[in-house]
Design a protein around this ligand. Sequence first.
Ligand SMILES: Nc1nc2c(c(=O)[nH]1)N[C@H]1C(S)=C(S)[C@@H](COP(=O)(O)O)O[C@H]1N2
Ligand SMILES: [Mo]
Length: 312
Amino acid sequence: MLECYLTSHEALRDKKGVEAVIDCPISGYSFKSTGDLKWIVREVVKKLGFEGEIVFVSNENIGTTHILYNYHIVFNKEYIGVRIVTRENNVYRILLTIPAKEYLRGLTFKKYKPDKDLVKPMYEHYKSYSPGQYYVPNMIVYAILGFPKEIDLSKWKLEVGGLVEKPLSFRLSELYSIGIRTIRTSFHCVTGWSVREVEFTGPMFQRLIDLIKPRDNVKWVYVESLDGYSTIIPYEEIIDSEALIALEMNRRPLEPEHGYPARLVIPHLYGWKSAKWVYKIDFIEEYRDGYWEALGYHPRGRVDLEERFKKA
Ligand SMILES: Nc1nc2c(c(=O)[nH]1)N[C@H]1C(S)=C(S)[C@@H](COP(=O)(O)O)O[C@H]1N2
Ligand SMILES: [Mo]
C-alpha cells in the first residue's frame, strides 16, 4: 500500500508555484535505467489518481551514494513535478510538487512525524567522519530563492524567541558585544562537496541559549531568512555544539552572497541547515518542515550518519 505525507512551504508556494508537496516513502523497487524509473513513477502516479505524460527533466548526484531524478507529469498546460530519491539503485522516496490545491481532492495523507528519523546514534563519529563526500577548495554559493536586497543595517535585527524565558533581538553590534569566537571547521553540502578548514566568527549558539533561556519543552529550532528560506534543527544538536551565528568568514565580514550580515553555521550538520541572511530564530516544540525538509530532506541532517533524506 502506498502511504504518503502532505507538506508545504511558504517560499515554495510564493516563489516556485508549488502549493503542496506529496511525499511518498517507497521500498522494494530497484532500477537500472531511467526507463525503469519511468515505469515506477507511472505506477505511483496511477495509485494517486494522476494522469499525464511522464517526461524526464534532469538528474543530479547527491553525495556519491544518491541520485535525484526529476520528471514532469504533463497534462494540458500544467505539470506536476516528480522528484525521485534513489540510493544505490534503489528508489526510496517519490515526491510530487503540486501546482494547485484542486489536485489534492479526494486524497488522504499521513502526517509526517520525525521520530523514526531521529534514532539515537550507536556511537558518534561526530566531527571526523563524512561518508559519501568529496573535497573542493572553496565554498560553493547557493541561493535557491535568490539574493535578498541590500540590507539596511540601521533597521536590521536578529529576533530570537518562541518558547523562551527572555525573547531578545540583537542589532549587528550587539551580536558582536555578547562575545564572539572563531571556529575552524569543515563544511559539508548534502550535494556532495565539502571544504576543509573554513573559519567562522560570531557568537556561539550556546551563548544565545544562555541569554534567552529556552523552556524545558523546546525540541526544535526554526530559522527564517530574509529571502524566504527556512530550516529546522533539533534543539539537542545545537546545545554544547560548535554551532554559531557567523558574522565573519575567514576573518572578514560575510560577503553578501555568503549571508551578510549573519548566518548560521552548524558544522556537523549538512550545509542546508546553515541558513544565510538569517533574521529570526524560534525555539519551538512541534516539528515543522523548512524549505528543503519540505522537499524530502532530513529533519536532523547529521553528516557522520549520512542523513541526507528523510528515511521513515
Ligand atoms: N538563505 C539561504 N541559506 C542557505 C541556502 C540558500 O539557498 N538560501 N543554501 C544552503 C546550502 S544548501 C548550503 S550548502 C550553504 C552554502 O553556503 P554558501 O552559499 O555560503 O557557500 O548555504 C545554505 N544556506
Ligand atoms: Mo547544500
